[in-house]
Design a protein around this ligand. Structure first.
Ligand SMILES: Cc1ncc(COP(=O)(O)O)c(C=O)c1O
Length: 414
């Protein structure tokens, strides 16, 4: 390694919290894993070591669905593998079909597809607040919004933050900036570590009172939660997102959905009014400075939306039942499992990074792959194993998950 490069990396490793995170992960087998093969939700690590995947967020299991790939070749025949126009120049017609279909599904006037949620946040949030507006970040919201907010702050915007669900604190910030005509509150629709749902009714009340907009990152919720939740359909129906889950309209709301989780396709979208859509096309830099989604991803998204119409409710019921089984099994063993909603994200509290590393390595040996969240990804005392469940997991998979956590208890490694 060149000396300049070595020095540069060392300084960054020492001064940035990511350096410490890297050191923690360096001690874990559940890090940067190479999958040598996949069979259902089982991943081959070596000839005699397979792990069950509880780290995937392909909630509907569409990544493994045989019907998903049917339209890829046809669309590639139509458009080539990757027409690389930025969207400002031209877009293959498949974009228009998808945008109309998604707008109809979620109930917005308009919709624009970008490759990722991160690109949307980085492009749209600084554009919304310009040089003098205010961004108000929920501290539990996804880090990519914070990254986007830092760009806005660099342009001159003010960045404030509040603790999730602390509406008194949020209101104090709104009062402080009440004369500012550009205020945007940023929240996750479904929180990525807890599976909590944003309390949209309260947020909307405040946003309306203080003439603010709410920017919702529903990367996890889109495809999983949806309209008219009931006893029979606890996650709601159609998977049309957190706003529909609450039966709200989109006044004061800009909705961002991700397709790389539930729909297993590299794409994301922003759902908004026609006027906002025209503004975003003119102001969001990824629309003109960055590339489009691969055609294969647009094709799988199109196919995924069709499959959702036919089999979506079945997938979501399976997701709900597997999650309930995991919650009951883990809690029965005395674990504190963070999950108030029944959404298929479960965080098992370990609360100590050394113990977290030890248990992560044990779980991996026992054939269970989870997402490990050590300090300083989490605050000290809040370290967790995050389990995500998909419709491609089985009852047996969940049984093995519970059994592996049970062994941790029995052999006293925590
Ligand atoms: C809540 C949330 N927002 C955004 C992202 C990033 O999404 P993308 O990969 O589409 O940029 C993630 C990824 O895990 C996420 O969990």
């Amino acid at each position: 390694m060149n000396q300049t490069e070595k020095k540069l990396i060392k300084i960054n490793m020492d001064e940035n919290r990511r350096g410490l995170i890297r050191k923690m992960f360096g001690k874990m087998k559940q890090y940067d894993v190479t999958a040598k093969g996949i069979q259902g939700r089982k991943i081959k690590i070596s000839d005699n070591h397979w792990v069950i995947d509880f780290a995937s967020c392909n909630y509907l299991g569409l990544d493994l669905d045989k019907d998903m790939s049917n339209t890829i070749l046809k669309e590639i025949d139509n458009w080539g593998v990757h027409p690389s126009w930025c969207r400002l120049v031209a877009s293959p017609d498949i974009y228009n079909h998808l945008e109309q279909k998604i707008s109809k599904l979620i109930g917005t006037e308009s919709c624009i597809i970008f490759p990722t949620v991160t690109l949307i946040s980085i492009g749209v949030l600084p554009a919304l607040v310009g040089k003098t507006g205010v961004l108000i970040l929920d501290k539990s919201a996804h880090e990519t919004m914070y990254e986007a907010a830092k760009i806005a702050r660099d342009n001159g915007a003010v960045l404030e933050s509040f603790k999730q669900d602390d509406f008194a604190a949020l209101e104090r910030i709104l009062i402080k900036h009440r004369d500012n005509p550009r205020i945007v509150i940023m929240v996750d629709g479904v929180y990525s570590m807890s599976g909590d749902y944003a309390n949209l009714p309260e947020l909307v009340k405040l946003a309306k009172k203080y003439k603010a907009l709410i920017y919702i990152d529903d990367a996890h919720g889109f495809g999983v939660v949806g309209e008219k939740p009931s006893k029979k359909y606890p996650l709601g129906k159609k998977g049309n997102g957190i706003v529909k889950y609450y039966g709200l309209d989109y006044e004061n709301i800009i909705y961002v959905g991700g397709c790389s989780k539930a729909y297993s396709s590299l794409a994301a979208f922003i759902g908004c009014s026609q006027v906002m859509s025209a503004f975003i096309k003119a102001f969001a830099t990824p629309y003109d400075l960055s590339g489009p989604c691969p055609i294969a991803s647009l094709a799988t998204l199109s196919q995924g939306l069709k499959i959702n119409e036919k089999r979506g409710e079945k997938f979501r019921l399976k997701l709900w039942n597997l999650t309930q089984k995991a919650l009951k099994g883990l809690r029965a063993q005395g674990y504190t499992v963070i999950n108030r909603t029944g959404f298929p994200i479960l965080s098992v509290h370990i609360g100590d990074t050394a113990k977290l590393i030890k248990t992560a390595n044990f779980l991996f040996k026992e054939g269970i792959l989870v997402t490990v969240a050590p300090y300083p990804m989490m605050k000290k005392g809040e370290e967790v194993h995050r389990i995500s469940i998909t419709a491609a997991n089985t009852e047996e998979d969940v049984g093995q998950l519970i059994a592996a956590f049970g062994k941790i208890r029995k052999i006293n490694i925590i």
